[in-house]
Ligand binder design. Structure first.
Ligand SMILES: C[S@@+](CC[C@H](N)C(=O)[O-])C[C@H]1O[C@@H](n2cnc3c(N)ncnc32)[C@H](O)[C@@H]1O
Length: 348
């Protein structure tokens, strides 16, 4: 990876297909090392951003990672996700953040960025403390250095992303720089409705969709634009949905098969891309969103490609896109960090 002179050097952990990295790159950072052990994510990353180390981060020695100015890590969200089993830090994957600490302690970057799901806010550490407090204290008290860490629950739609997607962001600035990060102002949402992004020229790549199951097709016939499974007559529901409809109170009235309208901001795109857990149905056509439509909802530029002749696994593309940090959100944060931690530093 070659870069611009004086661009802050970035090490990216848990890089996925590169949503966060794309946002930082376009804000002027030079990605000097990235890592992810998922082969589908690596393939997409290489097509768009460059080389990526494909090892399990737990097997990588700190001295194999170059020195950097900023370290980013969207450590896996599954253990913290409300949709998952909520094993939290008792699940070994929950400890992956300790891998970040191990590397930060050796590399001492000026800035660190962690991204995670909302569920992290209500996750307890093994000793009963809130995980958020543990992370902040671990980073604050790091030997020799230490970081001033702030965190915020943000909605991607506040930063120009046509999607309501809540994520927790931690930004830490090394204590010797005497700064505390201030999250950027929320932006106008008036251009974020689905109708603004679904008109895609035919020559834009990756306009393929993963066909819905026959059962799903039967149900979506009855769901109007802006509706959900609640619009499907009982006799047309798949058996497992009838069971839930029979006892909505017990199941807390879930809102499956949400079909967002063109005048609404879309819901969170998930890695599974299933109509049960995300609004993946096109507003006016009876089908799942295409790879490109989901990519647009996640604010990947149209030049960013996901699937080629070597990558035949279409479901894997929905997975890597759903896992990504929206590019635009990452870019807004990256620009704010540039102004506050790096450009400010040069002026002193
Ligand atoms: C939420 S995704 C990150 C998405 C990424 N930040 C983006 O914007 O596209 C988490 C990633 O961590 C990777 N991962 C999980 N455990 C890992 C490990 N032990 N070593 C390396 N990568 C790992 C997964 O393959 C997954 O791609």
């Amino acid at each position: 990876m070659t870069g611009v002179k004086d661009a802050p050097k970035m090490v990216s952990l848990f890089s996925g297909c590169g949503g966060l990295d794309m946002g930082f790159k376009t804000a002027g950072y030079e990605i000097i090392w990235a890592n992810d052990f998922d082969r589908d994510a690596q393939a997409v990353y290489r097509m768009n951003l460059g080389e990526i180390d494909g090892r399990d981060i737990m097997t990588v020695e700190e001295n194999e990672i170059p020195d950097c100015d900023i370290l980013t890590a969207g450590f896996p969200c599954q253990p913290f996700s409300n949709a998952g089993s909520r094993k939290g830090v008792h699940d070994s994957r929950g400890m992956l953040y300790k891998e970040c600490l191990r590397i930060i302690a050796k590399k001492k970057p000026k800035v660190i960025v962690f991204e995670n799901v909302k569920g992290l806010l209500s996750t307890k550490y093994i000793d009963g403390r809130n995980l958020v407090d543990v992370i902040i204290e671990d980073l604050a008290d790091m030997e020799d250095i230490g970081y001033n860490v702030v965190h915020e629950l943000i909605n991607a739609s506040d930063y120009g992303v046509p999607q309501n997607r809540q994520r927790v962001l931690f930004v830490g600035i090394r204590k010797d720089l005497n700064k505390e990060f201030i999250f950027p102002e929320k932006q106008d949402k008036s251009r974020l409705a689905l109708g603004n992004i679904l008109d895609i020229p035919a020559d834009v790549p990756n306009q393929v969709d993963w066909p819905l199951s026959p059962q799903a097709m039967e149900m979506i016939n009855y769901i109007p634009e802006g509706g959900s499974w609640k619009d499907v007559p009982y006799e047309h529901l798949a058996p497992r949905f009838r069971k839930i409809r029979d006892n909505m109170k017990k199941y807390h009235s879930p809102n499956f098969y949400r079909r967002f309208s063109r005048s609404e901001i879309c819901g969170t795109m998930t890695a599974s891309a299933q109509p049960e857990n995300c609004g993946i149905i096109h507003p006016t056509e009876n089908r799942r969103f295409t790879i490109r439509e989901v990519a647009r909802i996640q604010t990947f530029p149209d030049e960013f490609v996901f699937i080629d002749d070597n990558i035949k696994n279409i479901t894997a593309m929905y997975k890597v896109i759903g896992n990504a940090v929206p590019v635009k959100m990452a870019n807004v944060i990256a620009q704010a960090i540039m102004r506050q931690a790096f450009e400010g530093e040069q002026k002193q």
